[in-house]
Write a protein that binds this ligand. Structure first.
Ligand code: SF4
Length: 688
C-alpha cells in the first residue's frame, strides 16, 4: 500500500479547454489520471469545474498520440529520430528563406500551448527567420473584440474579473452560449441571479440554457447587433440617461459620437433587427435602472463582417453609461481557447510584439533588436487568412502550423486544403495526426499541457502556472523544447533550461508583464496583467485612467453600410457553435471516452416552422449547400432555433464539418472569417 501511495502524484494544473482557466490538482498514478480536485485556492473557479475539466483527460494516453517525428515518403510517413527531423526542417527552412526571402515562410502558434511557447514561436519567426508572418487562432474568433476595445478603451482584454461579472446588477450576454462554452462562469451568473437578484439579458439567435434563464431573451435577426446596440445607446442619450460626469471627466469624442447616432432611431432598429420598439425601450430602461452593468460577448458577435464594429458598439454603450473602471462593470469578450488570450498577449501576431507593442514602432523594435542581436522586419506580417491567400498566389512557400487543425477550423476548408497541397514545405506540430497534419511533409510530436510546465492566461487576463503531471509520452516533446532545437539547428543559441527563463526574458522586454515571474506565480498564485515591476497586478482596469495619451477613453462613431442577409436561392441562415461536452473540432474530447460516449452524433437543428413548411421529419437526412460547399446530416427538430435559422455544432470533422460551408468573407478590420454569416439552401436526401 505504501508503494502504491508513493506512485500517486498530485500536481497543480490549469484546464486546457476554455478561457475560464479553471485550475485544480490532478491526481495521477504512473500515466493514469485518477481524479481532478479543484480547491478553494483556485482563483478563477474555486471548487467548481465542468465536465470537460473533470473528465476530459483520456486523450493524453490515447493510442492515437504521435510519439515519433514523421517525415513524408510519397503517400505515407516514416518514423524518424528527432535529430533527423530537426536537421531536415532546418535545412528546408533555410533553403526556402535563401531562395525566396524570409516572408516566404509563415508560422501559426497554438492557443492551446503556453505563453512561453507563444513567445518563442514569434521570436523564432522574427529573430531566426526574419519575418512577421506569425499569427494564432484568435484570428478565427476574438480579434474583432480586441480591435473594438483598442479603439475605445485601450487594452485588448476583459476589463475586470469574474468577481465583477458576479457582483454586477445587470449582465448582458450577446452571441455567447455561456452555459456550454464557459460553464463555470455561467454557474457564477446563475448563482448571482438566485442569491442577489442579478438581472440577465440575453441576445442570441438560439434559445440556449442562459437564454431560458434570462429576464429578457431577445432574438435579433442575424448580423444586426450593431444596429440595436447603437439604437439603445441613442435612446439612452436622448432620455438624458447617460453618465454625464463620467463622460466629461474620462471620455473624448462625445458630441461627434452623439451626432453619428442620428440614423439609429428605434423605428430603423425595429425594421432592421426585428426587435420591437417597446422591447428596445425596455432594454434601455433596464440599463438605466441598473447601477452597474457588464457586457459579455463571444463569437456570435465577432464572427461577422462587422465583428470589430459591433464590439466597438458594445464598448461605446459601456462608456456612455459610465460602466468602466468600477467594480461590477466592464467589457468581457469571453475567450474560447484556454490560452487564446495569452497566445496573442505574448506576441504571436503579425503586427505586435509581446504586450501589444507595434512591430512598426521603431523604438520598440530597437529594444528587441538589442536583446535578440538581429535586425528585425518592420512591416507587419500576414495573418492566417492572408497566409492562405499568399500560398495560392505563390508568395508563401513554407508553413509551420503548431497545435491547430487549420484544415478544419479555418473558413472555406476546401480552399485551405488546396493551399496546403501547393506548399513547397509544410510542417505540422501536434498531438495527433490531424486532418491538417495529413497534408504535412514533416509532423513533429508535441506534448499536451499535463506533460509540461508553463503558464496560461485566462479570459480575465489572469496568468497561472501549470506543472508537469506526467512525462512526455514516447518521444513527444513540449513545443518550447522543439522550438529551441530548431533555433539551434539554424545557428541561434537558444539555451533555455526551463520555461521560467523564457517568461523572465518576456517580462524584461514587454512592459505589460514587467513584474511577472514564476516565483510570484508559485502554486495557485496568479497575476492579472498589466503587472508592474513590483508585482502589483490589475484585477480591474481603468480605475483611474485609460491607456491613451491624455488618459481618456474614446467614443468611436459607427455607420451601417452593410447588412448580412440570406437571398432567394440561399434562403436559410446557418448558425454554429459548441456543445458542452466538446472542445472545438473534438480532437481531444472525442479521445476522452466518457465524454465521447455522452455526446450524440453530429446533427442539424431546424425549427418546427421550417420542418412543417418543408415537411421534414425528425431524423431525415438533409444536405445543406452554400456558395462554397456542402454538408449533410440528420435533422433534429427543436424550438432552440426559429424560423429559417439552422444550427450545427462545430465539432464534426466529417460530412457535417461546418467549414465546408463557410466562405472567404471576413471582418473588414481583422480578417476574422464571418463564420456566422452562412446562407444555404436545403435538399432532403432521405426521408425518415
Ligand atoms: Fe473550467 Fe472551462 Fe475547463 Fe470547464 S472547460 S473546467 S469551465 S476551464
Amino acid at each position: 500500500a505504501e508503494l502504491r501511495k508513493e506512485r500517486i502524484k498530485k500536481t497543480k494544473t490549469v484546464c486546457t479547454y476554455c478561457g475560464v482557466g479553471c485550475s485544480f490538482y490532478i491526481w495521477t498514478k504512473d500515466r493514469k489520471v485518477l481524479k481532478v480536485e479543484p480547491t478553494p485556492e483556485s482563483p478563477a473557479n474555486g471548487i467548481s469545474t465542468c465536465v470537460k475539466g473533470k473528465f476530459g483527460w483520456d486523450y493524453v494516453n490515447s493510442e492515437e498520440r504521435l510519439t515519433k517525428p514523421l517525415i513524408r515518403e510519397g503517400d505515407h510517413f516514416k518514423e524518424v529520430e528527432w535529430d533527423e527531423a530537426i536537421r531536415y526542417v532546418a535545412k528546408r527552412f533555410k533553403e526556402i528563406k535563401d531562395a525566396h526571402g524570409p516572408d516566404a515562410l509563415g508560422f501559426i502558434a497554438s492557443s492551446k500551448a503556453t505563453n512561453e511557447e507563444s513567445y518563442l514561436l514569434q521570436k523564432f519567426a522574427r529573430q531566426v527567420i526574419g519575418t512577421n508572418n506569425v499569427d494564432n487562432c484568435s484570428r478565427y474568433c476574438q480579434s474583432p473584440a480586441t480591435v473594438g476595445l483598442f479603439r475605445t478603451v485601450g487594452y485588448g482584454g476583459d476589463s475586470g474579473s469574474f468577481s465583477d461579472i458576479a457582483s454586477s446588477d445587470l449582465v448582458i450576454i450577446i452571441g455567447a452560449n455561456t452555459g456550454e462554452s464557459h460553464p463555470v462562469l455561467a454557474s457564477k451568473i446563475k448563482r448571482a441571479q438566485k442569491l442577489y437578484g442579478q438581472k440577465l439579458l440575453v441576445f442570441d439567435l438560439r434559445k440556449h440554457e442562459m437564454a431560458e434563464r434570462a429576464d429578457m431573451f431577445i432574438r435579433p435577426k442575424p448580423g444586426t447587433d450593431l444596429v440595436w446596440l447603437s439604437a439603445v445607446t441613442k435612446y439612452i442619450i436622448d432620455q438624458n440617461w447617460h453618465d454625464e460626469e463620467f463622460i466629461k471627466e474620462r471620455v473624448n469624442g462625445f458630441e461627434q459620437y452623439k451626432s453619428s447616432l442620428e440614423p439609429f432611431t428605434l423605428e430603423y432598429a425595429e425594421e432592421v433587427t426585428g426587435i420591437s420598439k417597446d422591447t428596445l425601450i425596455k432594454v434601455a430602461e433596464t440599463i438605466h435602472q441598473s447601477k452597474t452593468m457588464v457586457i459579455c460577448w463571444a463569437m456570435g458577435v465577432t464572427q461577422q463582417q462587422r465583428g470589430s464594429d459591433t464590439s466597438t458598439a458594445i464598448s461605446n454603450l459601456l462608456l456612455v453609461t459610465g460602466n468602466y473602471g468600477k467594480p461590477g462593470t466592464g467589457a468581457y469578450p469571453l475567450r474560447g481557447h484556454n490560452n487564446v488570450q495569452g497566445c496573442s498577449d505574448f506576441g504571436s501576431m503579425p503586427n505586435f510584439f509581446p504586450g501589444y507593442e507595434k512591430v512598426a514602432d521603431e523604438k520598440v523594435r530597437s529594444r528587441y533588436e538589442k536583446a535578440w542581436g538581429v535586425t528585425l522586419p518592420k512591416n507587419p506580417g500576414k495573418d492566417n487568412h492572408q497566409m492562405v491567400k499568399a500560398i495560392h498566389e505563390g508568395a508563401l512557400k513554407a508553413l509551420y502550423v503548431t497545435g491547430e487543425d487549420m484544415g478544419i477550423v479555418d473558413a472555406n476548408i476546401n480552399q485551405v486544403g488546396a493551399a496546403f497541397e501547393k506548399l513547397e514545405f509544410f510542417v505540422v506540430q501536434d498531438l495527433f495526426l490531424t486532418k491538417t497534419a495529413q497534408y504535412a511533409d514533416v509532423v513533429l510530436p508535441a506534448s499536451p499541457s499535463l506533460e509540461k510546465e508553463g503558464t496560461f492566461t485566462n479570459t480575465e487576463r489572469r496568468i497561472q502556472r501549470l506543472y508537469e503531471a506526467l512525462p512526455p509520452l514516447g518521444d513527444s516533446k513540449p513545443d518550447w523544447q522543439i522550438y529551441c532545437m530548431l533555433a539551434k539547428a539554424l545557428g541561434f543559441n537558444w539555451d533555455y533550461q526551463h520555461p521560467g527563463e523564457i517568461m523572465e526574458e518576456a517580462a524584461s522586454l514587454a512592459p505589460l508583464f514587467a513584474g511577472v515571474s514564476y516565483d510570484r506565480l508559485e502554486g495557485f498564485s496568479s497575476l492579472q496583467w498589466p503587472v508592474e515591476k513590483d508585482g502589483t497586478d490589475s484585477p480591474l482596469l481603468y480605475e483611474d485612467q485609460f491607456p491613451f495619451a491624455d488618459g481618456k477613453a474614446q467614443l468611436y462613431p459607427l455607420q451601417v453600410d452593410y447588412l448580412y442577409d440570406v437571398d432567394e436561392e440561399y434562403d436559410l441562415h446557418v448558425n454554429n457553435g459548441r456543445l458542452l461536452e466538446h472542445f472545438h473540432e473534438g480532437n481531444m474530447t472525442y479521445k476522452s471516452q466518457g465524454i465521447s460516449r455522452k455526446t450524440p452524433n453530429a446533427f442539424i437543428e431546424i425549427s418546427k416552422e421550417l420542418a412543417e413548411e418543408r415537411r421534414i421529419q425528425e431524423g431525415a437526412i438533409v444536405k445543406l449547400i452554400s456558395k462554397y460547399g456542402s454538408v449533410k446530416g440528420p435533422v433534429h427538430i427543436t424550438d432552440r432555433v426559429q424560423k429559417h435559422e439552422i444550427f450545427i455544432p462545430l465539432n464534426d470533422t466529417g460530412e457535417l464539418a461546418i467549414n465546408r460551408l463557410t466562405g472567404n468573407h471576413a471582418d473588414r478590420d481583422t480578417n476574422t472569417p464571418a463564420y456566422k454569416e452562412i446562407a444555404v439552401k436545403m435538399v432532403v436526401l432521405k426521408e425518415k
